[in-house]
Design a protein around this ligand. Structure first.
Ligand code: TRP
Length: 331
């Protein structure tokens, strides 16, 4: 039974403050997918040091993002939940794959270009080989499917190219992965500028709702959300992007269809819409927030599941790495 399920893998960086967009666009989907796939979900701590980090903060953020995976509903018994840096196979495979990746193809990566423009004083080699480490993450677990946002598509492409190149040189070694865009992921827009994706780097902090925001803060942010100068509630992302974004968040948390949601708000004003959406978000996040706090306060439990996850991940990754060593002639 287990063997027939496809492998799915995705990692998140521990340094991004998780917000509603990450939750509805990624984590909530992962929870739904964990029964249908053989899932590997992890924390990309090694990727995060391509940008300078404060060690004390980083150490905490790794634990916090791991705790959030579990608080969001991922089950460490069903899925393999791990921290990349706790499993040395990632760094090892990354080195080997870097010898099968061309300077030219890494130079064309748009994220490298963007990040080197943003961090002009620290254009380190890790920033350049970032996609190779990511290819290693994916290929180590023979992943079939990799759920990611649109900004990571180019990285999936290069992982595929590296896998195909290696397989052509040495015979079937890696599964060639595919990107995976879940059908039900909501695209959450900024509450202040609904033409932009919700982002923690929104210049206006009222534009995004962090998963750990207090209920009063969540309410305040929704009350200040941008709508439009009409007075009726309808789902029309083109002409009513603000109202439509609120409706879409509402359906994600209530499980209602869009038609049902629109009907529910029939005859009501924007004030009630904002309050009810905020209430649905607060109620939906409450169990996640409570569970998160509980896990973080139980250090022994957290360390135990992290260690178990690392062991499970390593055992799987080691199989692939051994094969690679043999194929290349290192073993
Ligand atoms: N680069 C991804 C991001 O910033 C994180 C990541 C690292 C990842 N390794 C991965 C995503 C492997 C999917 C698969 O979002």
């Amino acid at each position: 039974m287990e063997e027939q399920k496809k492998n799915m893998l995705s990692l998140i960086q521990p340094t991004n403050t998780p917000h509603l967009g990450n939750y509805l666009g990624a984590m909530q989907n992962w929870v739904k997918l964990q029964n249908d796939y053989n899932c590997y979900f992890g924390i990309a701590d090694l990727h995060s040091i391509t940008v300078r980090q404060d060690p004390v903060k980083l150490r905490n953020q790794i634990k916090e993002s791991y705790a959030l995976l579990i608080a969001a509903g991922l089950d460490p018994e069903k899925s393999t939940l791990f921290v990349q840096g706790h499993n040395s196979n990632h760094a090892e495979l990354s080195w080997i794959l870097s010898c099968y990746t061309q300077f030219g193809e890494l130079s064309r990566m748009t994220q490298f270009k963007d990040k080197s423009a943003k961090h002009a004083d620290n254009i380190n080699a890790g920033l350049f080989t970032y996609p190779v480490l990511m290819a290693g993450d994916i290929l180590l677990y023979q992943s079939d499917l990799v759920p990611v946002g649109a900004d990571q598509k180019q990285h999936i492409e290069i992982a595929r190219d590296i896998a195909i190149r290696f397989n052509n040189a040495y015979g079937e070694t890696f599964k060639v992965p595919e990107g995976f865009i879940p059908k039900f992921g909501a695209r959450v827009m900024s509450l202040q500028d609904p033409s932009m994706k919700m982002s923690k780097s929104d210049p206006n902090p009222n534009g995004f709702v962090a998963i750990m925001d207090d209920p009063s803060v969540i309410m305040k942010k929704f009350k200040r959300a941008v709508t439009d100068s009409d007075t009726f509630i309808a789902f029309d992302p083109e002409n009513k992007p603000g109202v439509s974004n609120l409706l879409s968040i509402y359906t994600s948390f209530t499980g209602l269809t869009m038609d049902e949601a629109v009907k529910h708000f029939d005859g009501l004003g924007y004030g009630s819409l904002k309050t009810e959406v905020a209430e649905a978000v607060i109620a939906g996040l409450e169990p996640v927030q409570n569970e998160y706090k509980k896990i973080l306060s139980d250090k022994a439990y957290l360390e135990k599941i992290m260690a178990d996850g690392a062991e499970k991940a390593s055992a799987q990754a080691r199989k692939t790495l051994r094969k690679v060593y043999r194929k290349v002639g290192l073993a």
